[in-house]
Design a protein around this ligand. Sequence first.
Ligand code: GLA
Length: 372
Amino acid sequence: MQNPTQSQIALARFKDAFDATPRLFRAPGRINIIGEHVDYAGGKVMPAAIDFACWVAARPNGLNVLRVSSDLGQSELPLDHFVKQGDWRDYVAGVAFALRDAGHQVQGHDLAIASDVPMGAGVSSSAALEVAIGLALSGGTVTSKDLAQIAQAAENTYVGMACGIMDQFASACGVEGHALMLDCATLAYQPIPLPSTACFLIVDSGVKHQHTSGGYASRRADCEAAAATLGVPLLAEVTDLAALNQLSGNPLKRARHVLTEIARTRKAEDALVQGNLTELGRLLNASHASLSADMEVSTPEVDRLTALAQATEGVYGARMMGGGFGGSIIALVEPDRAATALESILETYSAYLGQRPGAFVVRAAAGAGEVA
Ligand code: GLA
């Protein structure tokens, strides 16, 4: 017999806990092809929703409370005021309060959650949870763009992580078979078809990240300090690299990353449209070098895994992905050689790590929605 799917698990969990018929919602995790640590600086990013998702079975319960049953435990979360718990429950309740802050009515709900988006691996398990909960609590009545912004607000205000918009946007607005070219300053976006000659591998470094613990926020603060010195609200508005001469220390390094990453992402868009995967791979490698040296968000393990992937046959390019400080790398690979490349990377990296890390081939999936 096949393993039950996450949607079946969410539905069975709902039946066990609440014995009623719910509606079912799904929101995916994401990869980011390029455009890293630029969303909060107003740059363009190139994420895609993936075929790993969070599923939420939901039904109003007529009470002023969220009753939740999930992989991570069961809980009752009051809706009269927000009570910070310091764990996954803050994402669930945070979305309810962020929906209210945005002017939406939120009733009490019974919720059952199941997800196969790996946690702490840099593929946005938390954004998938937030967006799925947002859909469920709003009954699917909020537009995808608003949903992304409400989910981001939940994370900023109630979880306490000063993330940008990329993850929630990719989860809410993803298009099957496409990457999204998203302008984070205006939220204008365009889906770009991914060529069949491109395959993306995700390999977990085995180092768990925890973005609420400082490193991410300090990078963002450095970027804001650089923007203030340069007299712009967002670093993406700086068009002349020579302006960097006015900066020094960490703000200089972070701003240099942001501006060069924005330029790389622009070139990557052209490369993707032209199907020039050699060039796209080169840009991924350059992105990693900048994230490691200037943004300083890599780790020795992630650097090692990235170098290993870059040197593997069939790999066009590879880099760390997401906020950093651990998590996963993304590698752009020739589809025919994906399986052997993955095996070869895993064999060498597992020997170094002392265990076999999570690794998978991802496909670009549709963004969040209700499942009939
Ligand atoms: C995390 C954040 C995003 C983005 C990336 C880095 O995933 O949630 O908003 O800043 O890091 O690109």
